[in-house]
Design a protein around this ligand. Structure first.
Ligand code: AMP
Length: 288
């Protein structure tokens, strides 16, 4: 496995591998911000199964952090990340140096779709999704992958990138969603979980339990989105979550509200939440 820090050396290596590869040679790409865990590993494994060459990027993207967010303290663990990539079957780790990467002429601002960014995390993190689409499109132009793998843990991000890729990049790469990897107790794995204090770690799994209870309510029929949201707020407050940013039920394709009684099936409904435990922000969702 190679670790490359310059876009030019990555492109030279990709050109060589493409030239030497068989016809139909496919490049699979897994963009990450590092501090890798089993969730990221699952993305890499999916890429490995589906592609001839697997590129993992590790880049803490400053454009997607707000001025009061945790950019400076975001965990950076390059050495262990590189080991995980190698053990999981990546071929190339691309970890560009921020200054020169952000100065490249090919970096152009790319906006996220308004209809997708105006709900859930969007209003709470102004500029966040535009920062994500700008950097992901920048990576896509450099790597030119056939497939790119994104976790459903960040469900809104997955929708935003899928839409951006179709609208701005003509549908290449194909965006492959990967189910959320969880701890045994249900907590969605996240680089930020390492911020949790011991008591918060105990409380954290109750978040997913509440979302799952909401899922069961919808599956058993005859509830509206407003009723499920009310149920979730009550349940989360009873579980000791006092700082709730949102708990919402939306159409899973459009992120628009659903009127009337909810009808379960085919992952058409998303139940999504963002909450704080102490100073740590957790997001999670389930599809119904
Ligand atoms: P991040 O490093 O947090 O920006 O995440 C990089 C990619 O890994 C994104 O596509 C995330 O959705 C995905 N990811 C993060 N956590 C998980 C998880 N627990 N399960 C599946 N994918 C995940």
């Amino acid at each position: 496995m190679k670790v490359l820090r310059q876009a030019s050396s990555l492109q030279a290596e990709l050109n060589r591998r493409r030239r030497e590869g068989r016809t139909g040679f496919t490049v699979g790409f897994v963009p990450t911000m590092g501090a890798l865990h089993r969730g990221h590993a699952e993305l890499i494994r999916h890429a490995r199964r589906a592609s001839d060459l697997v590129v993992v990027s590790i880049f803490v993207n400053p454009l997607q952090f707000g001025p009061t967010e945790d950019l400076a303290r975001y965990p950076r663990t390059l050495e262990t990340d590189v080991r995980l990539c190698e053990q999981t079957g990546a071929d190339i780790v691309f970890a560009p140096e921020a200054k020169s990467f952000l100065k490249m002429k090919s970096l152009k601002p790319v906006r996220a779709a308004v209809s997708l960014k105006k709900v859930l995390c969007g209003p709470l993190r102004p500029g966040h999704f535009d920062g994500v689409t700008t950097i992901v499109a920048h990576f896509f132009r450099i790597v030119r992958p056939d497939l790119a793998f994104f976790g459903l843990k960040d469900y809104q991000q997955y929708l935003v990138i899928d839409e951006m890729t179709k609208r701005v990049l003509g549908g290449k790469p194909h965006i492959v969603p990967v189910p959320t990897v969880r701890e045994k107790n249900g907590l969605a794995m996240s680089s930020r979980n390492r911020y949790l204090k011991p008591a918060e770690k105990k409380a954290a799994p109750l978040f997913h339990k509440a979302l799952d209870a909401a899922r069961r309510r919808i599956a058993s029929g005859k509830v509206t989105a407003a009723e499920v949201e009310r149920f979730l707020h009550q349940r989360m407050a009873a579980s000791g979550f006092f700082k709730i940013q949102y708990l919402k039920v939306y159409d899973a394709r459009t992120l628009k509200p659903i009127r009337g009684v909810l009808r379960a099936g085919e992952n058409r409904i998303v139940i999504a939440g963002a909450v704080f435990l102490g100073g740590t922000r957790l997001i999670d969702n389930v599809l119904v």
